[in-house]
Design a protein around this ligand. Structure first.
Ligand SMILES: [Zn+2]
Length: 192
């Protein structure tokens, strides 16, 4: 697991925190000034019923994208910093959705620039837990590539635990790759 402390994340950090008691992780990019940009999804209630003063002043909701303050992003949880460039073997031993062997070569200002740009243009397509999720968004900002290890890990675990799961995992994995290709194509054709 990445860094975990009470200090603020660093500019351009890909951070994540537990949601629903650890059922899954929510990911975002720390863009400075105590704010986080994340892909939140339309179905999820983006706008809290009583947005905090900071979110009222500086928050942005644009379609599926949101900029909220760190506290509203964390919802009482601690943040972890997603790790890039971990070795293949280390990656295998870690919980999926917490690190990647991809390297994050982009400098912080470029990571933040990409996140802001996607927020401005509501530019990451619809939230889709298999093909286009919050981890994909943050990874795309950091590397220019996307690919959710969290989802892949879940599919793998499904296949590992139950033979029945394996049967279910094949169409899910297939659906994932097809949806992925469609989103990637859509993304590469959309004006930047
Ligand atoms: Zn807030």
């Amino acid at each position: 697991m990445g860094r975990n402390c009470d200090c603020l994340p660093e500019l351009g950090d890909h951070i994540f925190c537990r949601r629903k008691g650890g059922l899954y992780y929510h990911h975002g990019i720390y863009v400075g000034d105590n704010m986080v940009i994340h892909l939140a999804g339309k179905a999820k209630k983006l706008q809290p019923p009583n947005p905090c003063q900071e979110c009222r002043n500086k928050g942005v909701i644009n379609g599926e994208m949101a900029k909220t303050c760190l506290d509203c992003f964390l919802r009482g949880e601690h943040f972890f910093v997603y790790e890039y460039g971990v070795s293949y073997f280390k990656h295998k031993t870690r919980e999926m959705g917490t690190c990647t062997f991809l390297t994050a070569r982009r400098p912080p200002h470029e990571v933040v620039g990409t996140a802001v740009d996607l927020l401005d243009h509501d530019g990451f397509g619809g939230y889709n837990v298999f093909a286009n999720n919050c981890e994909d968004f943050a990874m795309y900002c950091k590397t220019g590539f996307s690919g959710s290890h969290q989802v892949l890990g879940r599919i793998k675990r499904l296949g590992f635990l139950f033979p029945v799961g394996l049967v279910a995992a094949i169409p899910i994995a297939l659906g994932y790759s097809i949806a992925k290709v469609i989103t990637d194509v859509r993304r590469s054709h959309s004006p930047s």
